[in-house]
Design a protein around this ligand. Structure first.
Ligand code: S3P
Length: 695
């Protein structure tokens, strides 16, 4: 189950460009597994969403004896058990965060000869289930819920179901689908009338499996006693995932994306209609049919958006897209009004309240109402937002970072994997400046340490990443290595020598014959570095191993430093080392030494130091170090090398050597190492006392 520690950090200045292919549709993926499992014969599925929600459905059917090969690259082969072939699961079926799994499965399980229990995570355990258990009871099912009609569901087997004619009080595709699936087992006809059109994937897919589905003006009927025939299913890209990129591109000056192969079933395109009504430039190209569903490429360009009153008939057609649409509204001119969307209060979170709280934290005028929200568009600032574990809220605020003028920190984002595995990588690839941190558990209002957010325009609860980090950046010879190591020892914290990582890449390049200008090859090496840092308490030093061989000495050679400086200028290499560097951030704290620690790798560090010293002094220090090792060096050539290295480090396009805006500068030219360490320790004590954190 997802933990609560994943935090997204979005830096301003990003964009979205290029073609983007979002993963498979979640709703269709669930249904493909369910109908494939109940069919006679083998069903092949392509484009299956390998997200936690649809995988929960898959696990449930495996637990009931259905054989499935895959998923492998979105491909599944399901050996259908037939409508009567499911076996009693060995224990409760855990459906994680997935409401669709639970509600649709309940319809199937209500008709089985065996008992079953459906349970889920904390969010799913709060969601209303009476909307399905009541009509299922009318069909003859026996299901117990927790008090208040919430999960777990205890479903009694061996019941004979009767077809009913049900008028749904809420427009819900999950309720409709649950009853239609139960209807496959019921005596006679089961009909569902919906108050407004909702997604019709179940009806379409039942038809593809050879089931006769009667559809007339808002009423859908199936008859019991038939069979399902295995078929091939092509799952299109999920428009609900594409929606984040649509909004992101629409609100970002200069942006343009083409979302390829997205499902554009008219019961799902509310987001397209609403964005167009707001003035978005949005074209659908290359329309085609795939596996019984319409598909197209959606091109979206930056646009001037204006606030609108959202037509009520669009609400069920965009029910999952409101978190993203609220961000569009926050960037639009004027007021956007949403009414008739009380359903949003019972999704993975209360999406009205949680979105309103998040927007307000960014300085937006957002007023929640019982069944919607009124948002006045304007400036978006930086700040800290709690997603309450809701995947769509996390992704919506990630896109807000494209327009915000400060950093946005989004808490509790692990559940993004329920619907959109690979979101971070895809968004980053398209140009969003997004980083992921494993931060301290807790909401934005419960900071544990830290300082005000870099470049954040207004006061807000401090963005806190625990454990605390002190960054020490500066040019070579400024003393940062010695100072950082000593500081880490005094504090009893971990130590990251980021320069060593670049040196290791340079050395690995030498070992594997990779040229120093082969950015892709070097990035690959960087990602796969097999390194081990071992503390040697006798020598009071760290021994470094590359591919199992000790390389501590080789790393310190001048030629290795030279090569490292070239390698470090390559963006793909820096990118490849980012996550590895961040893994050093472990309790009780980290001292990180490098050139972009405070600006790029740990922008939220609790304390940032920028050390300098005159080039002459740095050359003298280096000269002494090398002479002490018995090496034959010349002071004037060392000075020239230092100046050339400075110019390269400062001038490189990606993550150049520069102080973070909130760094404390210390000129070490006439200071001893002890002086510098004492100064930094005093600064840290003062900061942590202010933030009332124990040092
Ligand atoms: C879904 C239906 C929608 C949607 C959910 C998936 C489905 O819920 O919010 O994410 O796959 O049937 P309701 O139509 O029940 O509101």
């Amino acid at each position: 189950m997802a933990d609560h520690n994943t935090t997204f950090i979005i830096h301003p200045g990003g964009t979205l460009q290029g073609p983007v292919r979002v993963p498979g549709d979640k709703s269709i993926s669930h249904r493909a597994v369910m109908l494939g499992a109940l069919a006679d014969g083998e069903t092949e599925v392509h484009g299956f969403l390998e997200g936690e929600d649809s995988l929960a459905t898959l696990r449930a059917f495996r637990a009931m004896g259905v054989e499935v090969e895959g998923p492998r690259d979105g491909h599944l082969r399901i050996r259908g058990a037939g409508l009567d072939g499911l076996r009693a699961p060995p224990g409760p079926l855990d459906l994680g965060n997935s409401g669709t799994s639970m509600r649709l499965l309940a319809g199937i399980l209500a008709a089985q000869p065996f008992d079953s229990v459906l349970q889920g995570d904390a969010s799913l355990s709060r969601r209303p289930m009476a909307r399905i258990t009541h009509p299922l009871a009318r069909m003859g099912a026996r299901i117990e819920t927790a008090p208040g009609g919430t999960p777990p569901l205890r479903i009694h087997g061996g019941r004979r179901l009767q077809g009913i004619d049900y008028v749904m009080p809420v427009a819900s595709a999950q309720v409709k689908s649950c009853l239609l699936l139960a209807g496959l087992y019921a005596e006679g006809r089961t009909c569902v009338t919906e108050p407004a059109p909702t997604r019709d994937h179940t009806e379409r897919m039942l038809a593809s499996f050879g089931c006769e589905v009667l559809r007339e003006a808002g009423r859908i009927c199936v008859a019991g006693g038939g069979r399902l025939r295995a078929t091939a299913i092509e799952v299109p890209g999920d428009i609900s995932s594409a929606a984040f990129f649509m909004v992101g591109a629409a609100i970002t000056p200069g942006a343009e994306v083409c979302l390829t192969g997205v499902g554009i079933n008219p019961t799902r395109t509310g987001v397209v209609n609403i964005l167009r009504a707001m003035g978005a430039s949005l074209d659908i190209e290359n329309e085609r049919m795939a596996g019984g569903e319409p598909v197209g490429d959606i091109r979206v360009r930056a646009s001037r958006l204006r606030g609108i009153v959202i037509p009520r008939d669009q609400v069920p057609l965009a029910i999952d897209e409101f978190p993203a649409l609220f961000i569009a509204a926050a960037c639009a001119e004027g007021e956007t009004v949403l009414q008739g969307a009380a359903e949003l209060r019972v999704k993975e979170s209360d999406r009205i309240q949680v979105m309103a709280d998040g927007l307000r934290a960014l300085g937006v005028d957002a007023r929640p109402t019982d069944d919607g929200m009124v948002i006045r568009g304007g400036r978006l600032g930086g700040g800290c937002v709690d997603s309450h574990g809701d995947h769509r809220i996390a992704m919506a605020f990630a896109m807000a970072g494209l327009r915000a003028d400060g950093i946005i920190e989004i808490r509790d984002c692990a559940n993004v994997a329920t619907s959109f595995p690979g979101f971070v990588e895809l968004a980053r690839h398209a140009g969003l400046q997004i980083n992921v941190m494993q931060s301290g558990k807790g909401s934005c209002t419960r900071p544990t340490s830290g300082t005000a957010m870099e470049r954040s325009p207004r006061e807000h609860s401090p963005p806190v990443i625990t454990p605390p980090v002190i960054t020490i950046d500066g040019p070579g010879g400024s003393g940062k290595g010695t100072v950082s190591r000593l500081l880490a020892r005094r504090l009893g914290w971990h130590f990251l020598d980021s320069g060593a990582l670049y040196r290791l890449v340079a050395l690995a390049a030498r070992h594997h014959d990779v040229a120093l200008d082969d950015a892709a090859g070097l990035a690959r090496l960087a990602r796969n570095l097999d390194v081990r840092f071992e503390e040697d308490s006798d020598l009071d030093d760290v021994c470094i191993y590359l591919d199992g061989r000790e390389v501590t000495g080789a790393l310190r050679e001048e030629s290795c430093g030279e090569a490292a400086s070239q390698v470090a200028a390559l963006a793909p290499v820096r990118e490849a080392l980012l996550d590895r560097q961040r893994t050093f951030c472990r309790p009780p704290g980290l001292v990180a030494d490098g050139r972009d620690m405070g600006t790029v790798v740990f922008p939220h560090a609790a304390l940032k130091i920028f050390l300098t010293a005159s080039a002459g002094e740095r050359a003298r220090r280096r000269y002494k170090q090398l002479k002490d090792k018995g090496m034959d060096v010349r002071l004037d050539s060392l000075l020239r090398e230092i100046e050339a290295r400075d110019a390269r480090d400062r001038g490189r396009r990606h993550a150049p050597l520069k102080p973070a805006p909130d760094a404390v500068h210390i000129d070490t030219t006439s200071l001893t190492v002890e002086d510098v360490v004492a100064r930094i320790l005093a600064l840290w004590r003062e900061r942590s006392a202010r933030a009332s954190v124990p040092v």
